[in-house]
Design a protein around this ligand. Structure first.
Ligand code: HEM
Length: 225
């Protein structure tokens, strides 16, 4: 038995599937724990400086959103970058699920702050269905990425669900980093707190579309041969 087939068998026994080459038992859990703790530390620091009232909570929400966006972006663009720019980015693509689950772990703090804000200002929780659907997508993705559930969803439905949920989350970020700031002119008044994130998001979307189009063209070429 070759070394590769042994490692494949071990991955299968652990139920990790093909994309988990180089996986170490603690990687996913420790990435999630680190993401959660960093988000927690950011929120605690902001609340300690600005207070636990509405102002401090609102700033903490903005800070945790930016940290979780960083993790989301890596999950969002990793495989597109590997497809477009080659094996240098293969590691990033391979760790897509780690980044996605780390994003979900960091978002727990965002949700905690949202609940705290509702407690501080009861009645301010209307009109946020759009963002709650984003949270639903986040944890649905995390759930379906579990090998056993992913296998029962099937290889046809899983990529569709993953793409739909991921793009929805990207849309939620776009609402806060692009649409909202454009409407309130925050892009002009606070360019550094919005522009880099807006550009990363647009760039990430562009990379994904380009990688998809290239893959389709390649598939068509193969079919014609
Ligand atoms: C996947 C889902 C979500 C994403 C992607 C997201 C994203 C963001 C982003 C990017 C910001 C920073 C906005 C800024 O700097 O102006 C933010 C802040 C905030 N979010 Fe979320 N969020 C999500 C879920 C939610 C939910 C479910 C709620 C509440 C219903 C919520 C309430 C807030 C509030 C109140 C702020 C602070 C806004 C401010 O004070 O300017 N978010 N979120």
């Amino acid at each position: 038995m070759t070394r590769m087939s042994i490692s494949t068998d071990v991955r299968e026994i652990r139920g990790l599937g093909d994309s988990w080459t180089g996986w170490r038992p603690t990687t996913t859990v420790s990435s999630m724990a680190a993401a959660f703790l960093i988000a927690f530390a950011c929120a605690a620091t902001v609340l300690a400086i600005f207070g636990v009232g509405e102002r401090g909570t609102s700033i903490a929400l903005r800070v945790t959103a930016r940290w979780s966006f960083f993790l989301f972006w890596l999950a969002y663009t990793g495989s597109a970058m590997a497809r477009l720019f080659g094996p240098r980015f293969a590691g990033l693509a391979r760790r897509g699920r780690d980044f996605g689950l780390s994003f979900a772990a960091a978002q727990v703090i965002h949700v905690g702050l949202v609940i705290w804000l509702f407690y501080l200002a009861p009645g301010s929780n209307g009109g946020m269905v759009f963002f709650w659907v984003g949270i639903l997508c986040t944890y649905l993705l995390a759930l379906i990425s579990l090998p056993r559930i992913r296998d029962s969803v099937g290889p046809r439905l899983w990529p569709t669900l993953r793409t739909a949920a991921t793009e929805y989350i990207a849309l939620a970020f776009a609402a806060d980093f692009i649409l909202g700031p454009l409407q309130t002119n925050k892009l002009g008044t606070h360019p550094l707190t919005y522009l880099p994130f807006a550009l990363l998001l647009l760039g990430g979307g562009g990379l994904r579309v380009t990688a998809y189009v290239r893959q389709q063209l390649h598939a068509n070429e193969i079919q014609r041969l």
